[in-house]
Ligand binder design. Structure first.
Ligand SMILES: Nc1nc2c(ncn2[C@@H]2O[C@H](COP(=O)(O)OP(=O)(O)OP(=O)(O)O)[C@@H](O)[C@H]2O)c(=O)[nH]1
Ligand SMILES: [Mg+2]
Ligand SMILES: [Zn+2]
Length: 308
């Protein structure tokens, strides 16, 4: 168990005390819990207990243990998962309100990834916002893609983590609720958290890498953002998707495909090779960007593979 220096400050809580809190981070056999005004390292009781960032938990000091442990997890409003290297769903964070998808001129954006994030958010009824970071490097090269998203009514905010002035534009869309920040490595997710929450930097040193210097699988980290909001920095999140049984749900994440599909000849059209598909017709007629359709096809095939 992690040395529980903070628990010494618990005063009367030690020996029979307990309470509730939110999970700031989950790592291996322990979790970091924010309980009112103290941060606690808690042990997990059962091997099966799987707790993620954003979980609401109760904790207590069992009589024989030397530190607090998790007693229960409150039912989750939702759970965001990613798919690990073996194709299995792996929980990342719970009780999320929106997904903030970060791109930047550098590294070169992976728009397929953005489409998958957005589709994943739509399938879970999460809000979504596209943050373009590093605008100081110039965003001309990515404006055509941004136009595609703006046409689809996705909120896009262009900022620079290195410029406090522009960062103000980002406060409003993230001011209420829990935002999970996702995106390619190096786009500046952690930098944005630090820019928005000046004292967050003090909290970033711990728990981000395991002993071998790799990202651990459970590094999502919660930062309180004012009284009514939180930001979750999720360094390891690359892919996530609902369980494979939701193959046909792929369409739900693509607003334009969903709207076009009412005109497909077959009610259960998958928009792949079916005759009379209104989606493919729209792509051929350039009424829908071919790249977005390709994203849909890739996501669909991924679900199909996972389901098999
Ligand atoms: N020019 C410029 N560089 C930035 C900006 N924001 C972040 N960077 C730089 O981009 C690099 C990556 O930033 P991070 O915040 O670590 O990126 P990240 O998305 O958290 O990366 P992972 O944790 O690996 O997923 C750092 O060298 C930052 O200094 C920005 O607005 N402008
Ligand atoms: Mg980071
Ligand atoms: Zn179709």
């Amino acid at each position: 168990m992690v040395a529980a220096a903070e628990t010494k400050d618990m005063g009367g809580a030690k020996g029979g005390g307990g309470g509730s809190g939110v999970v700031l981070a989950s790592y291996g056999r322990g979790v970091l819990v924010q309980a009112q005004d103290v941060t606690l390292h808690c042990e997990l009781k059962g091997r099966k207990q799987r707790i993620v960032c954003g979980d609401r938990v109760t904790w207590a000091y069992p009589p024989s243990a030397d530190g607090p442990s998790i007693e229960s997890i409150a039912p989750r409003r939702n759970l965001v998962e990613r798919i690990d290297a073996r194709g299995r769903a792996e929980p990342v964070a719970a009780n999320i309100d929106r997904l903030a998808m970060v791109v930047a001129p550098q590294p070169t954006p992976d728009w397929f990834l953005v489409d998958r994030y957005w589709a994943g958010a739509a399938m879970k009824d999460l809000g979504a916002v596209l943050i373009v970071n590093k605008r100081d490097l110039g965003t001309d090269s990515i404006q055509p893609e941004l136009a595609t998203y703006r046409n689809l009514r996705l909120a896009c905010v262009e900022v620079s983590a290195s410029s406090p002035a522009g960062i103000a534009d980002l406060r409003h869309p993230l001011a209420v609720g829990v935002t999970l920040i996702v995106g390619q490595s190096g786009v500046g997710k952690s930098s944005l958290v630090n820019a928005l929450i000046p004292d967050a930097a003090a909290q970033t040193a711990e728990l981000t890498r395991d002993a071998e210097g790799r990202h651990t699988t459970t590094t999502a980290r919660w930062y309180q953002f004012g009284a009514d909001a939180a930001l979750i920095d999720a360094p390891g999140v690359r892919d996530f998707a609902p369980p494979a049984s939701l193959v046909r749900a792929a369409e739900r994440g693509f607003l334009e495909i969903h709207e076009l599909s009412v005109n497909c000849r077959f009610k259960d059209c998958r928009h792949m090779e079916e005759p009379g598909c209104a989606v493919r017709t729209a792509v051929l007629n350039r009424q829908m960007p071919a790249r977005r359709y390709e994203s849909y096809r890739r996501l669909f095939r991924l679900y199909e593979k996972l389901a098999s």
